[in-house]
Ligand binder design. Sequence first.
Ligand SMILES: [Zn+2]
Length: 181
Amino acid sequence: MTFALTSAADDSTTSMESSCPGCGLLLPSCDGPAHPYIGASPACWALYGEVLAREYGEFRYPSVHRLTVDTYAVQHPGEPERRSIQSVGLHLIGLCVVLEGGESPRRATSLLGRVAGHAAAWDWLTPPVPNGTQTVADVLRAATRVEHERAVRGWAEDVWSAWSVHHATVRGWLRAASHSP
Ligand SMILES: [Zn+2]
């Protein structure tokens, strides 16, 4: 009897799972809110919310926060439209300046403020498949702040390298924005 009940519960769980259109995470379906143009399933968006809550709370706003936000946005590009093109472009440049340029997160943020004015010139970049192999779920497994920072950096490098076919384009956008007044 117990076995039958467990089995029925497992069946219903399996049929209610859905995969995130961005990172591919297979999670139980939920009806929660999703972002208007970041292409995440509500269940994945909720996990991301947990990661942010830990960064704002117990991890006291770690410097990797900038990478967390950039990586999640790049891994969930959504559909081609003006807002998503500008968002993905900005967050790709964010990954580029921190991971390749070695910029501090604070300097990256001020740099992106200036780069954003050039977003009208950017095009939709076809997202890689798969869009990285690590996800926000890997980050959530970290038990300590040090583990968390290591997990975020690994996730960011994984997603940035998945976009390698577009690296030259992103560097070009950054250069164009840096060289104009
Ligand atoms: Zn996702």
